[in-house]
Design a protein around this ligand. Sequence first.
Ligand code: PLP
Length: 464
Amino acid sequence: MTSNEQLLMTTKEVRATLSDLDKKHIIHPVASPKRHVSQGPKIIFSEGKGIHVKDINEQVFIDGVSMLWNVNVGHGKKELAQIAHNQMSQMAYSSTFYGYANEPAIRLAEKIASLTPGDLDTIFYTSGGSESNDTAIKLSRFYWQLNGFSNKKKIISLKRGYHGVTVSAQRATGIDAFRNFSGSADPEIFNAKAHLTECELGDKSHPEYPGCIRSMIEEMGSDQVAAVIIEPIQGAGGVHVPPEGYLKAVRQLCDEYNILLIADEVICGFGRTGKMFGVDHWEITPDLMCIAKGITSGYIPLGGVVMNNRVAGTIKEYNDILPHGFTYSGHPTACAVGLKNIEIVEREGLVENAHQMGKELVKGFKYLGDKHEFFTNPRTVGLLAGFDLKKDPSLNVPFDQSTQAAVSIVEECYQRGLLIRCFDFEPGMNIVAIAPPLIIQKEEVETIISIVDDALSVFSKKLK
Ligand code: PLP
């Protein structure tokens, strides 16, 4: 088709054409392929500015989850496009294999080292979160091999944790559908029960003790365990904030048994929770920290594993070729965007804004909880927030599966121009997540709350 012919098409026709092409040529992640083929794409995005996105029919939505919790500085930041343009014009891509280097990757590594806690000073670059987690798992095992502990291979992660979809990250994930998909195997990764502080501190009389991290280490033998990997705050498992003291207890446990601690900061990192990193809330320093998403606010793919001097020091002693790396490890354009993105986060005070706007969300959730009897268990850390929907919160009675409570709320919000997300991967689970860009302002938080309020009211009427 010529461009003139294309211009003559109406928006509706363009949408229909794109929809048909999409159905024919693309399989979408985390969507039902069959339903997609019959219904086509829900939204075809065309533009983004600030907290808003637009589709090809000019309909505007508030991006209430920063797309995939990643567009932290908001959409349409021209500065990021400009820096990518500049770097691409100068040298779009160069490899970091074979000892080759580039300035943006070096400068960004230095910057990240200055932001991360403790002596997390050395990075291995990847292209995203899953690759970072697989890399952290491999490097942990490699660290122990180099130190003469080749049996230390097992990895313990948490139920409800989400770490991505590459093989080890998939097996570390504690959501059954993802963990078991296609029978992929890393047989040395095990899920422990989440967030049991007393058990991790050593209370063996606790009824939940069997299956906690400590009990698994004791059962397997600490000489078999390489690392524990956890999200400081679980995201895609339903926004679960650990109880006070939990992360410290896990840090102590890892120290006690000489096991590495990997923090998956893919969602929490770079200000999402109102501090630069999730672990900063509990003042612990992991041995390895996985980052992605917020490092470039999603403008270009980039990730990394930041290591402390203990891990990096051992690896730096290795004299053979390290057989690991991605074509896009240390991609100069991605790293230039990452640097500029961090500059924006700092210059615009977005970490503090996430903290302040989180307080506005708390107020909004209080209002929603007082008004809607089935709104319960609100949790908010900076701009990482979620709540549950239960038929009777006081007796902990879930909605019947057929009610599709969380799905209905998300759909009602969508009808009113707000994009949010829900989690219902377990029977009775109806969790809604809200995580807008960190640039959001008070009135915009109020608009989100007001739309969710309307959605809850409509849902409530439908129940009657
Ligand atoms: N880790 C966490 C905590 C995540 O939330 C995600 C993605 O949502 C990942 C890892 C995987 O990242 P990616 O999709 O970039 O591979």
